[in-house]
Design a protein. Sequence first.
Length: 139
Amino acid sequence: MCTTFDEIAENIGFLDDWEDRYRYVIELGASLPPLSESEKCATNKVHGCASQVWLVTETKNDGTQKILCLRGDSDAMIVRGLVAVLIALFSGKSAAQIANIDAIEKLDALGLREHLTSQRSNGLVAMVERIQHEARCAI
């Protein structure tokens, strides 16, 4: 997936209703490469999600800072799309940048959480917290 978070925000802004936005988020998820079965393990599972969600974090050192590269998957289409949005927001950034992103504010600006069930919204927050925790541990 090569879509940036800013591109996602712009595309969502062009869509008039939630159903179109919902379909777009699902399409983003469909573009994610699947994780291997061995990566769908307890270590990579995100707790607090109603659906099954796995996030894999790889840390690279560019010589001055640690860069986090994320991959993810879910057994639910919309959640897989939300994973894609989070990957676009966080992946490829330094651990320090990730730890300081107000992801919930950015996601709320897209209007995503207001149209999710409370369980999906809580799961989204759990994914953000997991990613930011890993970033803080990498600093």
